[in-house]
Every structure is written in structure tokens, then in C-alpha cells.
Design a protein around this ligand. Structure first.
Ligand code: HEC
Length: 364
């Protein structure tokens, strides 16, 4: 019945007709509803005409709470909408940030690890080149008989090549650490001794890596075992077997007694991690800033959409309803754009305005 234009007016007319006190009240100019009007309201409410009764022109002023609720409509709707968006986007943004942060830090570690592997590979090349090519050539040098040329030693070549690199990159290091070294400078420090012990206990393992704190910040180390073979015995078994020139230079109390097949030392590469970690941290901070900007921009765009698509047309209807309830005569019908739910509601409101006007005409 409600969907047929005019049916509502007829019904209202019938209801008003059966309640003579309503017609009487129409003439009244009093702002306060009289006790008998309250009875009307009660009886009409029970018949489902509450809205009509509350908005009969001149009956009484609207409750302050109602005006407030209508004014606050857009704020409330947007506030709720924004709250939901903030919670959703906030949680989503936080997850993205955490994942990206972890990815960037892991990536920094992976890159540093690659650098360490590259350093290890080049140290091995220097060792091999010295052992395979240079050693034989240098040993032919007559000087080598009287004065030991440490350049013939693979460890010496690898360590010295890297010492040159360290002039430019002081935080990088390459060591051939031993618990019983020929050169005291190669004596293993506490943590290096632990690494050697670990490699000795896990003899099948070709490499071991880890992270540790250094005075210049965190660093990643990569260590590989050095195993003695028969060729090493000339200089590392007994002082008597070693070239005299070498004993002259290094003495006879260090770097001897090594056993064939045993792990005697470790190549240890150390690459600083502080800078790549700082870069990763800066990148994730920048990402956070961009993420917040993007999310706020998305919220602003969605807010604008909600405002223009829902809130503004809703407010037009609510303002028109407001004016009608205050007795402003026959406002023009609201424009109906599109065929969405808002348009349907506006059209329904226009129809209701017409029905209401007809009803008022019949009453008046
Ligand atoms: C001709 C003698 C000679 C031979 C052969 C030799 N070394 Fe050495 N080695 C030395 C000398 C001398 C040093 C000290 C170099 C320096 O001043 O850095 C040294 C140093 C080292 C170091 C660095 C730690 C330390 O003792 O100072 C390692 C590790 C090492 N040698 C392993 C080996 C292995 C493994 C072999 C066999 C594959 C081998 N060496 C063969 C003479 C030799």
C-alpha cells in the first residue's frame, strides 16, 4: 500500500479524521505539545505514524537531539568510515612494512654474504696462483738461498694482498688464523680459536659463517678450514726440515708440529654489516613514509567519494526533510541522478513529499 502514491495521504487523512484532537491542535500556535497531543502522539505512534506526528507543522519544536543528530550525520558517517579504513589500512600497512623491513634486512645480509664469498674466492686464487706459479719462479732466485723470500708462501701472498685492500676498506679483513702460527700476527684471537675448534669438530664442513659485533659495528664472517698436506711439512713439521733461511727469519719455536690431514688454521673473511644495515633501515623508513602518504591519500580519495556519492545527496534529502518538517511550503523536488540506492531513496523522498503535501492539503 505504501508504494502507491496517494495511498499514504488517504491513510493519514483517515487517521487524522478518526482523531479529532489532531485537527484541533492544528489551529493551536503553542510550541509545547499539550497533554492531549501527547495522547495523540502515543495513539498515532502505536499506529505507525510517529514521523508524521512529530513533523506536523507548528506542532512543537523539534527535540534538540534530533537536530544535532541530523547535523552530525555526515561527520558520524565519515568518522565511522575513516575508523574502519584506518584500522584496515593501518593493519595492512604495518604488515607490509614488517615484511618489507625483514626482506630489506635479509637482503642486506645476503649481499654482505656474497661479498664475503667473493673475498674468500679471491683469497684462494691468490693462494693458488702463488703456490702454482710464483713459488717455483721465486725459488730459482739465488737470493732465496740466503734470505728467505716470504713471497713464496701462499698465506703471505693472500694476507698481504688483502692488507692492501684494507688501506681503502679498513673494515674488511682477511686472516689466516692459526693456534700455532709461524708468524705471530696470525695467532688466532678468542673467537677465531672458537671458529677453528668448530671446523675441527665438523671436519666435513667446507665453510662456516656468522655474525658478530666489532668495534665498528656488526660484521659477517665467513671461515673455511685450512688442512695441512704433505707439501706443507717441509716448513711446518720440524724446524730441522725447514729451509735455514726461513728459520733465520721466523725462528724455530712457532708454526711447527703440524700433522698431515689436520685442520691447522682457518681462512677468515670479515665484512662489515653496519653500512648495508643502515641503508636497509633508511630504505624501510622511507617506505614507511611513502606508505603512510599513500594510505592517507587513499583515505582522502575514498572520503571524497563517500562524501560526493553518499553524504552530500543524503544531506540534501535530510535538509529537505528538515525544511518540510518546519512547515516550509512545497519545496522543489530533489534532483534524482543515476539509478543507485541513493537515487532510489531521493525518488522515494520526492514521492513522499508529494503525498505529504496532498495530505496536508486534505487536512488544512
Ligand atoms: C717454504 C715453506 C713453507 C711451506 C712449504 C708452507 N708454508 Fe705455510 N708458512 C710459511 C711461512 C714462512 C709462513 C709465515 C708467512 C707470513 O709471514 O705471513 C707461513 C704461514 C702459513 C699460514 C698462516 C698462519 C701462520 O702460520 O702464520 C698458514 C695457514 C700456512 N702457512 C699454511 C700452510 C699450508 C696449508 C701449507 C701446505 C699446503 C704451507 N703452509 C706450506 C712457510 C711455508
Amino acid at each position: 500500500m505504501g508504494s502507491v502514491p496517494g495511498a499514504f495521504a488517504t491513510e493519514v487523512f483517515m487517521a487524522a479524521d478518526s482523531n479529532p484532537s489532531l485537527q484541533m491542535r492544528k489551529q493551536e500556535s503553542s510550541q509545547e505539545p499539550s497533554p492531549c497531543l501527547r495522547d495523540d502522539i502515543a495513539s498515532f505512534s502505536s499506529q505507525g505514524y510517529t514521523n508524521f506526528i512529530l513533523h506536523v507543522p507548528g506542532s512543537f519544536t523539534e527535540p534538540a537531539g534530533l537536530q544535532w543528530a541530523e547535523k552530525g550525520l555526515s561527520m558520524k558517517l565519515l568518522a565511522k568510515f575513516n575508523l574502519i579504513l584506518l584500522v584496515l589500512f593501518g593493519a595492512g600497512g604495518l604488515i607490509i612494512f614488517q615484511l618489507a623491513n625483514r626482506f630489506l634486512i635479509n637482503n642486506a645480509r645476503r649481499e654482505v654474504m656474497q661479498e664475503a664469498e667473493l673475498m674468500m674466492a679471491s683469497a684462494r686464487s691468490v693462494r693458488d696462483y702463488t703456490a702454482d706459479d710464483l713459488k717455483a719462479l721465486l725459488e730459482r732466485n739465488p737470493q732465496h738461498k740466503t734470505k728467505f723470500l716470504p713471497e713464496t708462501v701462499p698465506a703471505f701472498a693472500a694476507i698481504n694482498t688483502f692488507n692492501r685492500i684494507r688501506q681503502k676498506y679498513p673494515d674488511y679483513s682477511y686472516r689466516e688464523a692459526s693456534l700455532n702460527p709461524t708468524n705471530p700476527e696470525d695467532h688466532a684471537t678468542d673467537w677465531e680459536a672458537d671458529v677453528i675448534a668448530y671446523l675441527r669438530d665438523h671436519s666435513g664442513q667446507r665453510e662456516v659463517s656468522g655474525e658478530r659485533e666489532t668495534p665498528t659495528g656488526p660484521a659477517i664472517y665467513l671461515a673455511a678450514p685450512i688442512q695441512a698436506d704433505q707439501t706443507c711439512m717441509e716448513c711446518h713439521s720440524r724446524p730441522a726440515a725447514a729451509p735455514a733461511a726461513m728459520i733465520n727469519s721466523y725462528g724455530s719455536d712457532r708454526g711447527f708440529g703440524w700433522k698431515t690431514g689436520s685442520i691447522v688454521a682457518a681462512q677468515i673473511v670479515s665484512v662489515p654489516l653496519a653500512l648495508p644495515l643502515r641503508v636497509a633501515k633508511q630504505a624501510s623508513e622511507l617506505l614507511l613514509v611513502y606508505l603512510v602518504i599513500a594510505l592517507l591519500a587513499a583515505i582522502a580519495a575514498l572520503d571524497a567519494g563517500v562524501y560526493f556519492i553518499v553524504i552530500r545527496p543524503l544531506r540534501l534529502v535530510s535538509d529537505a526533510a528538515d525544511r518540510a518538517s518546519k512547515g516550509e511550503s512545497a519545496p522543489a523536488p530533489l534532483p534524482v541522478k543515476g539509478n543507485d540506492e541513493i537515487a532510489a531513496m531521493t525518488a522515494s523522498f520526492n514521492r513522499m513529499q508529494v503525498s505529504l503535501a496532498k495530505a496536508m492539503k486534505l487536512l488544512g
